[in-house]
Write a protein that binds this ligand. Structure first.
Ligand code: ADE
Length: 243
C-alpha cells in the first residue's frame, strides 16, 4: 500500500516510520510512504502557507493554492486516489474504518495545521475526512501516523502470523483476554492453570470466555454489535448479562 503524506512538518514522520514493523513492511515492499512538504509548492519569497481569516477572528488559515498544487502535482488532476484530510471534524476512526480504508492500494493523507484550512480545500480536493478521537491536537501528523500504522498491520503478510490481525482486540468485535508468558510464577502470582494443561479445546474456550468477560466489564456496548453463539450467551448469563 502506498501513502502520500502532505504536511508542513515532514520531519516528524521518519523516526516512527523507520522503526519496528513499519520499517520492515517498507523493506519488504508491503508499504511505501512518500512525504511531501506543502511549503515547497509556495511561490512567494517567504514561502507563506497560511493567512488571516476573512471576516476577522483569531488564528491562521492554511491557504488553498499550495495545497491544491502539491496534491495535483503529485497525484494528477483529478487525483489518482482518495484524499483523506485528518481533522477533528472527520468521521471517527475505528477498526471498521481501518478495514475499509485498507482496501485502497494508494491513499493521500493531508495533515491540517493552524486553526484550520480554507474551506475550498475541503469541498473541492478532499474526498474523506477522518478524526482519531474527540480531542484536538496541534495538527494531523500524529493522526496520519496512527492511520498508517493501523492500516499497515492489516496488509496480509505484514505481521508474519496470518492470524495476527484477526485475533486483535476490536477485529473480532471483542476485546482480547489476558496473555501470559514465562515464568509461570512471578512474585507469587501464578498464571491460570488451564494455560499449562495442554488441552487445546479447553484453552480455546477459556480464551473466548476471558474475551467475553473483559468486553462485558469494560465495553459492554460492544457485545450488542456482534453475533454471539449459544455457548457465548450461556457464559454471559452466568455473569448476569442481560441479553
Ligand atoms: N487534527 C487535530 N486533531 C485531530 C484529531 N483528533 N483527529 C484527526 N486530526 C486531527
Amino acid at each position: 500500500m502506498q501513502f502520500d503524506i502532505f504536511t508542513l512538518f515532514p520531519e516528524v514522520f521518519p523516526p516512527y516510520l523507520n522503526s519496528s514493523i513499519l520499517k520492515r513492511a517498507q523493506q519488504n515492499g508491503y508499504l511505501g510512504v512518500e512525504l511531501h512538504n506543502i511549503r515547497e509548492w509556495t511561490r512567494d519569497k517567504h514561502h507563506v502557507t497560511d493567512d488571516t481569516p476573512y471576516g476577522g477572528g483569531g488564528g491562521m488559515i492554511m491557504k488553498p493554492e499550495p495545497v491544491f498544487e502539491a496534491v495535483e502535482d503529485v497525484l494528477g488532476t483529478p487525483p489518482a486516489c482518495p484524499i483523506v484530510l485528518l481533522t477533528p471534524q472527520g468521521r471517527l476512526f475505528t477498526q471498521d474504518v481501518a478495514q475499509e480504508l485498507a482496501r485502497n492500494d494508494r491513499l493521500a493523507l493531508l495533515c491540517g495545521r493552524y486553526e484550520g484550512l480554507d474551506e475550498r480545500i475541503r469541498t473541492h480536493l478532499v474526498t474523506d475526512e477522518i478524526s482519531i478521537g474527540d480531542y484536538v491536537l496541534t495538527g494531523g501528523e500524529l493522526p496520519a501516523l496512527i492511520l498508517i500504522d493501523a492500516l499497515t498491520r492489516l496488509i496480509p503478510g505484514v505481521l508474519g502470523d496470518e492470524n495476527g490481525a484477526a485475533n486483535d482486540s476490536h477485529a473480532s468485535g471483542l476485546l482480547e483476554g489476558p496473555h501470559y508468558t514465562r515464568p509461570p510464577e512471578f512474585r507469587g502470582w501464578e498464571i491460570p492453570a488451564v494455560l499449562r494443561s495442554g488441552d487445546h479445546a479447553r484453552v480455546a474456550q477459556w480464551r473466548r470466555e476471558q474475551a467475553l468477560l473483559r468486553t462485558f466489564k469494560r465495553r459492554p456496548e460492544m457485545l450488542e454489535k456482534i453475533e454471539l453463539s449459544d455457548e457465548d450467551r450461556a457464559f454471559l448469563e452466568t455473569l448476569d448479562y442481560r441479553l
